[in-house]
Write a protein that binds this ligand. Structure first.
Ligand SMILES: C[S@@+](CC[C@H](N)C(=O)[O-])C[C@H]1O[C@@H](n2cnc3c(N)ncnc32)[C@H](O)[C@@H]1O
Length: 281
């Protein structure tokens, strides 16, 4: 049971056995939380590019704000914990049409960077004066470079081209599959008539569940506590609960909290139905 007392933030917007959602500013909230209580954080912050949930800040203020909430995530993370940060691009007048936000934050992050994952997706805007953008990055950080979780066998890619290839008479390929590499080709959550993803909500920047599922399997264990400080439509919550992890999330907008809570309630109802069907056999 995940209790509010441990988290120290008062009444949540939503609570279930393994999940706490707060309709609060994440920075103010994380400042009040105890150190070293989170195993894994997976998140995507606002990119300061004018989405419906953003007030554009001067670049230096935006970067200072990012530094502050990242420092709080560092404080909250247990010694063998991880931080997965999804970042895209922003433009800087007279300097860059689309600079990776990770370049701007590079020296402001106290974690140890293990790897940058390229998330390559098929659909997107068709550019005319430059290459059509088809990627974002997931940066995988850990607190302790000597001691962190990587459950490779949980996330192996079953799609092996030559499964029976042998070396010295022995099958060479791991029967569980191959390492999925640092380039992940996973479709974006799409909208639009006849092409809308099944998991689509009305949130304008929704993560695909498949990506978050892989991250949580790789970087945490059952019963671990997962955090998403920029919860949006609640994708990280659904993936965490589905993998028997505990979850805490912050979202500043009440309408997005409602989206997330609806998704979580639907997920819990489906789980109850599945369990009752299984108990019939
Ligand atoms: C990129 S979206 C996250 C989308 C999410 N990954 C999903 O799958 O739906 C960022 C979210 O952070 C929220 N947000 C912005 N500033 C915040 C703050 N200070 N505290 C908490 N949430 C905030 C926005 O309202 C927005 O929903």
């Amino acid at each position: 049971m995940l209790t509010q007392e441990i988290i120290n933030l008062g009444e949540p917007y939503f609570q279930s056995e393994n999940c706490l959602i707060y309709n609060l500013d994440c920075l103010e909230s994380m400042l009040k939380m105890p150190s070293e209580c989170i195993n894994l954080t997976v998140t995507s912050p606002p990119y300061n590019i004018g989405k419906e949930y953003e007030n554009i800040l001067p670049l230096s203020d935006y970067l200072k704000w990012c530094e502050k909430w990242i420092q709080q995530i560092y404080k909250l993370t247990v010694n063998d914990g991880s931080f997965w940060l999804n970042l895209g691009y922003l433009s800087i007048p007279n300097s860059a049409k689309a600079i990776p936000i990770s370049y701007l934050l590079w020296d402001k992050i106290p974690f140890y960077l293990i790897q940058e994952i390229v998330w390559n997706y098929g659909a997107g805007v068709a550019a005319k004066n430059f290459f059509s953008p088809r990627n974002e990055k997931f940066l995988w950080y850990v607190k302790n470079q000597e001691n962190y979780t990587f459950n490779l066998d949980e996330i192996r890619d079953k799609n092996v081209k030559y499964p029976n290839q042998k070396k010295n008479g022995k099958i060479k390929v791991n029967p569980l599959g191959k390492n999925p590499t640092d380039v992940w080709q996973i479709p974006k959550v799409t909208s639009g008539k006849d092409r809308s993803s099944q998991e689509r909500t009305s949130h304008p920047a929704q993560f695909p569940l498949t990506v978050i599922d892989r991250i949580i399997k790789a970087s945490s264990h059952p019963n671990d506590l997962i955090l998403d400080p920029f919860l949006g439509s609640g994708t990280t919550a659904i993936a965490a609960l589905n993998l028997n992890r505990k979850f805490i999330g912050f979202e500043i907008r009440q309408d997005y909290c409602d989206l997330a809570v609806n998704r979580i309630n639907n997920f819990c109802q489906n789980e109850t139905i599945k369990k009752s069907q299984l108990s019939l056999f």
